[in-house]
Design a protein around this ligand. Structure first.
Ligand SMILES: NC(=O)C1=CN([C@@H]2O[C@H](COP(=O)(O)OP(=O)(O)OC[C@H]3O[C@@H](n4cnc5c(N)ncnc54)[C@H](OP(=O)(O)O)[C@@H]3O)[C@@H](O)[C@H]2O)[C@H](O)CC1
Ligand SMILES: [K+]
Length: 502
C-alpha cells in the first residue's frame, strides 16, 4: 500500500511536471473519471433519487463537472449546481463546463430541497482554497450537514486545509464528507487535526502519473510495516533481563494513579521489570499488579534503567531533581506530561536535553507542545506537522504530538501520521498508558523512531479493538487499554512470524 503523503506544493509541482507531456485537460478528465467511478460505487443500485454535484469556480469545480458528465452518460439522474466565481477560469475547467452542459446532467440555479439526494458530490474547492468560506459557499456547506446520504468530496473536503487538516477560519466551516477521493497523491490534512472528521474514508486516485514525477515524500501514514523489523518473536531461550528494566518516574501526592497506569502500560507491552518510582510516598504495591515494584524517587538508582519521566510528577523541587537526573542519564528516556511542563519552563533543562547521547522521545498533547514552543494550543493545532517538526528539531528528540491523527516527527523533518485510534482515548490516563508503552518498547531495544510509531499505532489499535468489543468510545477507561495493547502487540508478532514461516 502506498502510504506517502504530499504537501500541496509537492502536488502542484507534480501536476505541473505531468502537464508538460499531457494534452490540456487530460488530468481533469482522469479525475472526473475516477470521481465518477467512486460515485457509482457509492450509489450501488440506488438510482431512484438524483445525485447533487456542487461545482466551484476553479479546477476542483472542473473535476466535478467532468464527473457530472460521466454520471449523466452512465444514466444517473444528476443535478449540477455550478457556482461560477468572478475570477479567470482555466481552459480545462471551461472545457469541462462545456462538456457537462452538453451532457445529460441538469443544471440548477439553487439547490433544491437538500434532503432528497442519493449522493452529494462536493467539488466546490480543493487545494486552491485561499480564504474562509463565506456567503453562499458557507450556506451550502452548512446545508450539506443536513443531508442523510453519503457525501463524496473531490480531492479535499471544501473548507479544509489539505496541508494542516485545519478548517480555514477563524470560525470557518468545511464539508463533512463520508468519503473523499483525493487526486495525484494523498495529503496530510485528510488524516490529522479536523481532517479525520471531515474527510471520512479516504481513497487515492493517482491519475496514472509516472513515479518519476513525484518529489520524495517527507510524510507518510503509519502502519506496522514501519516497525516490522522490531516485531521479532521472542526466542525460547529468553530471560527477563533481555527485555529491559523500566522505571516510570512520577506519581506526586494525589497522582499515583498516573504513574501506575504508565507502569501497567509498560508491563503489558513487554518490559522485563517495571518500577513505579514516585515523588511522594505511595502505596507499597499495586494489588492488581503486584509485579510492579514501588520505590521512592529520592533514593532510586536511575542507572541502567529506561525511564518514563512525567506521569503525575508535579512540579515540586523533588520532581525537578528527579527529572534532571533522568535527563542526564545514559539510557533512553520518554518525557511526558509534567516533565514536559518542567522542561518548557527551563531553558537549562532544554539545553541538557539536546546534549543527550541516547534516545529521547517526547509525547506532548497540543497544550504541552505549545508551552514547549512558546505558542498557543490553537497555533499548534493550526499546523500540527510544522509544530511537531519544530519541536523535534529544537529538542533533538522524536516527538509524538498527540490528538486525532497523532503526528510523529524526528529532527530531520520526517513525519508519520498515525491512522489508528478513536475518541475513546480522550480520557484521563490514556496518555500515561501511551508513555508506558513507548518506554517498554525502548526497554526491549526498539529504536526510538520505531518505538514511537509502534506505540502510537498499537495504542490506537487497542482503542479500536475495545470499541469493536462494545467498550467505548464513550466510557472507555485508560485502565482497559494495557491488556488491549498486549493483544495487539502479540497479534502483530504472531502475524510477522507466520509471514516469515511461509
Ligand atoms: N490543474 C489540473 O489539471 C488539475 C486540477 N485538479 C483539481 O484542481 C484543484 C485545484 O484547482 P484550483 O483551481 O487551483 O483551486 P480550487 O478549485 O480549489 O479553488 C480555486 C478557485 O476558488 C477561488 N477561491 C479560493 N478560495 C475561495 C473562497 N474561500 N471563496 C471563494 N472563492 C475562493 C479562487 O479564486 P480567487 O478568488 O482566489 O482568485 C479560484 O477560482 C485540485 O484540488 C483538484 O481538485 C485535478 O485533480 C487534476 C488536474
Ligand atoms: K472539494
Amino acid at each position: 500500500m502506498d502510504n506517502r503523503l504530499y504537501s500541496v506544493a509537492q502536488i502542484r509541482a507534480t501536476e505541473a511536471a505531468a502537464a508538460e507531456s499531457l494534452e490540456p485537460g487530460a488530468l481533469m478528465r482522469r479525475a472526473g473519471r475516477a470521481g465518477a467511478d467512486a460515485a457509482l460505487e457509492l450509489l450501488g443500485g440506488a438510482r431512484e433519487r438524483p445525485v447533487l454535484v456542487l461545482a466551484g469556480p476553479g479546477n476542483n469545480g472542473g473535476d466535478a463537472l467532468e464527473l457530472a458528465a460521466n454520471l449523466g452518460e452512465a444514466g444517473v439522474d444528476v443535478v449540477v449546481l455550478h457556482l461560477a466565481g468572478s475570477g479567470k477560469v482555466s481552459t480545462e475547467a471551461a472545457q469541462a463546463l462545456a462538456r457537462a452542459r452538453a451532457s445529460r446532467a441538469n443544471f440548477a440555479d439553487v439547490a433544491p430541497d437538500v434532503r432528497d439526494w442519493a449522493l452529494v458530490v462536493d467539488g466546490l474547492f480543493g487545494i486552491g482554497l485561499q480564504r474562509p468560506l463565506e456567503g453562499r459557499y458557507r450556506d451550502l456547506v452548512s446545508a450539506i450537514d443536513g443531508v442523510r446520504c453519503p457525501v463524496l468530496a473531490l480531492d479535499v473536503p471544501s473548507g479544509l486545509d489539505a496541508d494542516s487538516g485545519a478548517v480555514v477560519g477563524p470560525n470557518g466551516v468545511a464539508v463533512h464528507a463520508t468519503h473523499t477521493i483525493t487526486f495525484i497523491g494523498d495529503k496530510p490534512g485528510l488524516h490529522t487535526a479536523e481532517g479525520r472528521d471531515h474527510a471520512g474514508q479516504v481513497q487515492v486516485a493517482g491519475l496514472e502519473l509516472d513515479e518519476a514525477l513525484f518529489e520524495p515524500a517527507q510524510a507518510c501514514i503509519g502502519s506496522p510495516a514501519l516497525f516490522a523489523a522490531s516485531l521479532a518473536p521472542r526466542r525460547q531461550n529468553s530471560h527477563k533481563g533481555q527485555f529491559g528494566d523500566l522505571a516510570v518516574v512520577g506519581g506526586a501526592r494525589g497522582m499515583t494513579g498516573a504513574a501506575v497506569l504508565a507502569a501497567r502500560g509498560a508491563l503489558y507491552a513487554g518490559a522485563g521489570r517495571v518500577f513505579a518510582v514516585t515523588i511522594d510516598p505511595a502505596p507499597a504495591f499495586d494489588p492488581v499488579h503486584p509485579e510492579l515494584m514501588f520505590r521512592l524517587a529520592h533514593d532510586f538508582d536511575f542507572a541502567g534503567r529506561v525511564l518514563v519521566l512525567g506521569p503525575g510528577m508535579g512540579d515540586a523541587m523533588e520532581a525537578m531533581r528527579a527529572l534532571g537526573h533522568g535527563i542526564d542519564s545514559a539510557a533512553p528516556i520518554v518525557l511526558d506530561a509534567d516533565a514536559l511542563n518542567l522542561v518548557a519552563a527551563s531553558t537549562e533543562l532544554q539545553a541538557r536535553l539536546t546534549r543527550r547521547q541516547s534516545a529521547t522521545l517526547v509525547t506532548p498533547h497540543p497544550l504541552e507542545a505549545a508551552r514547549l514552543l512558546g505558542s498557543s494550543a490553537a497555533e499548534v493545532q493550526a499546523d500540527r506537522l510544522g509544530a511537531a517538526r519544530r519541536l523535534a528539531k529544537r529538542l533533538q528528540a522524536v516527538v509524538v504530538l498527540k490528538g486525532a491523527g497523532s503526528v510523529i516527527a524526528r529532527p530531520d523533518g520526517e513525519i508519520v501520521i498515525n491512522p489508528t485510534g478513536n475518541p475513546g482515548l480522550a480520557t484521563g490516563g490514556s496518555g500515561d498508558v501511551l508513555a508506558g508503552v513507548c518506554g517498554a518498547l525502548l526497554a526491549q531495544g526498539w529504536p526510538a523512531w520505531e518505538a514511537a510509531i509502534g506505540a502510537v499505532w498499537m495504542h490506537g489499535a487497542a482503542a479500536d479493538r475495545l470499541v469493536d468489543e462494545g467498550i467505548g468510545p464513550v466510557g472507555m477507561t485508560a485502565g482497559e487499554l494495557p491488556a488491549a495493547v498486549r493483544a495487539v502487540l502479540n497479534g502483530l508478532i504472531r502475524e510477522r512470524g507466520q509471514t516469515r514461516a511461509r
